[in-house]
Design a protein around this ligand. Sequence first.
Ligand code: MG
Length: 253
Amino acid sequence: MGKFRFLILFGVFSNDSIAQNAILGDPLEPVPSKVTGVIDGQPPSDAIILFDGSNMDSWEHVRSGEPSMWAIKDGVLTVNNGTGTLVSKQSFSDIQMHIEWRPNSEIVGSGQSRGNSGIFMQSLFEIQMLDSWNNPTYVNGQAGSVYHQYPPLVNASNPPGEWQTYDLVFKAPRYTRKGQLEKPAFITLFHNGVLVLDHVEVLGSTFSKVPEYRAICEPYEIAEIRDCSGDLPLLLQDHGQVVSFRNIWLREL
Ligand code: MG
């Protein structure tokens, strides 16, 4: 009899789902809200659309606040070299983001001067875009890197002239009321569907002399002292090369 009871107990506790229910119960709330996922390339139903091919209503020139001078043709946005980096009109904290980008098919330059752009989380932390198809450079500066901090796990680049996707999760840093860093930022990135950054801990803002966190700071290219402890806009970089974009959306987390 004793042996029989042992077998029953072992059976119960070796079953993961039953054991989990015993710990968590069967909660009825919070009920996850309904969201339609990506269908035929269309964004999720709760996404904020930052570029759908039709206009630049969500972006402006970073320093002047003037309208973007980048080109839109056939639903594709292309850097108009030298006209300046763009800033989103809206500010964000934690996000899931999707952006499609394409280095020019004509190869001009090499290393960091070939198909360079980038998307800056909170105007502070650059996720690098670069034509990294047979284009050696320092590894934490190639496509899929947190610029000058983390190389991608693999090089998932497509050839120049082909569209590429970034799907990312950004968790913003948190500060105490006194402006002390409480929790750093984290980034997870899929490049063309391949995991290249696996919840990496961002070391600080990209273009300070050394990566650092400051609750009061001067974001890259914004050139103004800001409260950097809350929501901040995104930047889309004009690095002087021809890079195109389409289908930019995000979800606030
Ligand atoms: Mg860049």
